[in-house]
Design a protein around this ligand. Structure first.
Ligand SMILES: Nc1ncnc2c1ncn2[C@@H]1O[C@H](COP(=O)(O)OP(=O)(O)OP(=O)(O)O)[C@@H](O)[C@H]1O
Ligand SMILES: [Mg+2]
Length: 371
């Protein structure tokens, strides 16, 4: 397959990560769109970059692709610096593939010709073989002669994926590739894409603002806010051991309660004394409590009072108010056994995550208010 990438020596497996970003920074006027990002994507892995709109995900992806220059820092692909103080390598010489939200297919070319587009330098018979191979891989065998206009949205996005996969890029970059699809198709296609990439042993970096998408498809997830990468970890670690209050609040549901250190691994909160996952680092802390960890027991003299309920079918969130006014949510099964006004006992299962309490001036940015 290296014949399809004449500009790059074939990678030596196990020597360098597919991508390494070190201190990558990009400013647009006063906006620091990407702020000192360090990120490593191991070969043959699937990494997702997750964060709210405007946090700099697309800008970072465009820098990796070579469509944008970094103001500072270096980008290395398979050990070769492609953007750094010494210069920049053109996008077409980086060996990266791109899939964007809008499947930018050529409407006048059929499926096979669209996929063959990235293989212009490959001899004709090998090109035809590779086109057939990737179309089979993405489940579009038999649709070679169709024009994009005669395909569904999901099929078009699969053609875009096949086209990007065809040259066997060092790194496949996917920017919100499923967001133009309806919810059901989005879920099906992302699972398919995960399996396709795994089968092809294709290294990929996916950008998304959808946490479920990031956590369900990627082995490694980087969470970004305001241009900064707060944490890079596997999905379970992000959920259980968020590195910052922002990550805790963004990944899954969380209530943040005030707490006071009561021991190395103990903290006093409006919910009582809780165990913590790590040593408590400050006397005043913010305590992250997941609704999944909150247990409710109906009892006439319970300290909490049910004040709200949001029903989702497969589960529900029950809001409870404590005597001091603190509110906390519990996730429960679908049975409607608790009603507004019911008294409940509230306990927390498993260790809690704490962060040093924000100073009063930083409170508005650091920790969301308890709902
Ligand atoms: N060419 C540009 N000129 C000026 N500002 C830009 C430019 N490109 C991006 N920005 C700004 O940089 C910041 C990051 O933008 P970026 O598109 O990378 O965000 P994003 O995380 O991809 O957001 P979304 O999820 O909405 O796609 C934003 O504040 C944006 O307005
Ligand atoms: Mg974007």
């Amino acid at each position: 397959m290296s014949a399809t990438r004449p500009d790059l020596a074939p990678p030596v497996p196990g020597t360098s990560p597919a991508l390494r970003c070190e201190g990558v920074t990009r400013r647009f006027g006063d906006v620091v769109a990407v702020d000192g990002v360090d990120l490593t994507v191991p070969a043959a892995s699937f990494t997702a970059l997750l964060g709210p709109s405007g946090c700099g995900k697309t800008t970072l992806l465009r820098i990796v692709a070579g469509l944008e220059r970094a103001d500072a820092g270096t980008v290395t692909l398979e050990g070769r610096t492609v953007d750094g103080p010494d210069g920049v390598v053109a996008p077409e010489r980086r060996g990266v593939g791109l899939v964007f939200q809008e499947h930018a297919l050529f409407p006048h070319l059929d499926v096979a010709a669209n996929v063959a587009f990235g293989l212009r330098d490959v001899p004709r018979p090998a090109r035809a073989r590779r086109v057939a191979e990737v179309l089979e891989l993405v489940g579009l065998g038999g649709l070679e002669r169709r024009r994009p206009g005669a395909l569904s949205g999901g099929q078009r996005q699969r053609v875009a994926l096949a086209r990007a996969l065809a040259p066997a890029p060092t790194l496949l970059l996917l920017d919100e590739p499923f967001s133009s699809l309806d919810a059901a198709l989005r879920v099906t296609l992302r699972d398919e894409v995960r399996l396709i990439l795994k089968e092809a042993r294709q290294t990929a970096l996916l950008v998304t603002h959808d946490q479920e998408e990031a956590l369900s498809v990627a082995e490694q997830v980087g969470v970004m806010f305001d241009g900064r990468l707060h944490q890079v970890a596997d999905p379970a670690t992000l959920y259980r051991e968020p590195a910052t209050p922002e990550v805790a609040a963004f990944i899954g549901d969380a209530d943040v309660l005030p707490g006071t250190r009561a021991g190395q691994y103990l903290v006093d909160t409006p919910l009582g004394r809780l165990r913590t996952a790590a040593p408590v680092a400050a006397s005043e802390v913010a305590v992250v409590v997941r609704p999944e960890a909150v247990r409710l027991r109906a009892t006439a003299d319970g300290r909490g009072e049910v004040h709200a309920r949001t029903y989702f079918g497969r589960d529900q969130l029950v809001g409870v108010r404590l005597p001091d006014g603190t509110r906390v949510r519990a996730r429960r099964g679908p049975e409607l056994d608790l009603r507004r006004g019911d008294r409940v006992d509230v306990t927390v299962e498993g260790p809690a995550v704490t962060f040093p309490a924000p100073s009063p001036t930083a409170a508005s940015t650091a920790v969301p208010p308890t709902r």
